[in-house]
Design a protein around this ligand. Structure first.
Ligand code: HEC
Ligand code: HEC
Length: 276
């Protein structure tokens, strides 16, 4: 093996590094072909948490917001995607069981894609946050199932941060069409919401019906939280009926139950809490 070969190797490695990581700027910025490739990568590696279209899912924040929490420059975004965010669900590249990890070029493609999806105007609340708060904890019954700043129920996801991590459109869609996002994704791993929000109905041996959400399940037993947050541990073989559904436990709020104006007030409340 000659010295020349060694030198070529070193120079090639140097160039490869220089082309991507050493550069703070995205070498593929604004390239529509790269954005397209990035969209494909995003669907495979990121959409299960960040949602299709990067608009946020049950597990990860909306990435279409122009103002982000951890990442401002492309270089910071590169760091976050490569190394993850310690202490959060955001995984380091190649560690989320979704294949062997992405190359630097693929990461820049994904960044190009995310930038192409960003909505430049920040979410602006149209409603009245004070009235929204009253509705949330009062007449609209949201707090029966959702906790905000430590107050409320636990049947549905905690919503303290939702106004900061989802767009106004996504929140409105969740309220008007609760089952839609629950049903997205073809396999469990690509669903946006974890299994714990699946609705379940069982009838016990003595004829008692229990409806709620599944907390835990294995081949023999299932743990269910009912609407009163009571937890039932049941042996499956003893049940007369065991029915799971991707129908949301959340009621569909039509405009005759909750007007558009009232919903805007609730969104304004969630955005005001989420912005803190
Ligand atoms: C297992 C779930 C999960 C997967 C998979 C995932 N993320 Fe994340 N990601 C998160 C969570 C959760 C956060 C927010 C962490 C926090 O602030 O608490 C996050 C944060 C981020 C941020 C920072 C957002 C900000 O506001 O600064 C970026 C950028 C990001 N993810 C990009 C990606 C990309 C690109 C992929 C795919 C290559 C990906 N994520 C895959 C869960 C995930
Ligand atoms: C009977 C329980 C229940 C009630 C009442 C309820 N929700 Fe939900 N909600 C859920 C569950 C369960 C989910 C999890 C995902 C799904 O099923 O769609 C959810 C999901 C959501 C999400 C999506 C969260 C995310 O991370 O994107 C939002 C936003 C939301 N609810 C807002 C509301 C608002 C606002 C109200 C009141 C107008 C309300 N919910 C009333 C049970 C409820």
């Amino acid at each position: 093996m000659g010295r020349r070969w060694y030198l070529t190797l070193v120079v090639t490695m140097f160039l490869a590094t220089a082309a991507y990581t050493a550069d703070d700027r995205n070498p593929l910025a604004g390239d529509p072909k790269a954005a397209k490739a990035g969209e494909y990568e995003f669907r495979i590696n990121c959409a299960l948490c960040h949602g299709l279209g990067a608009r946020g899912g049950g597990r990860g924040p909306d990435l279409t917001r122009a103002v982000k929490k951890h990442t401002h420059s492309d270089a910071e975004m590169f760091q976050v995607i490569s190394n993850g965010i310690p202490g959060t669900a955001m995984p380091a590249n190649g560690t989320n069981g979704q294949g062997v990890g992405m190359t630097d070029e693929e990461i820049w493609q994904i960044i190009t894609y995310i930038r192409s999806q960003e909505v430049k105007a920040p979410a602006k609340a149209l409603g009245n946050a004070g009235r929204g708060k009253d509705l949330f904890f009062g007449d609209a019954n949201c707090s029966l199932c959702h906790m905000v700043e430590g107050k409320g129920g636990r049947l549905g996801p905690e919503l303290t941060g939702v106004g900061g991590s989802r767009t106004r459109e996504a929140i409105i869609d969740s309220v008007r069409n609760p089952s839609r996002r629950l049903a997205w994704g073809l396999t469990e791993a690509t669903k946006e919401f974890p299994q714990e929000y699946e609705s379940v109905t069982v009838v016990t041996a003595d004829g008692k019906e229990i409806k709620g959400v599944t907390l835990n399940e294995d081949s023999f037993s299932v743990q269910i939280m009912d609407a009163n947050e009571k937890i039932h541990l049941l042996e499956k073989s003893t049940l007369r009926l065991f029915q799971k559904s991707r129908q949301s436990a959340m009621p569909k709020y039509d405009a005759d139950v909750l007007s558009d104006k009232e919903l805007e007030d609730i969104v304004a409340f969630l955005v005001s809490v989420g912005a803190k």
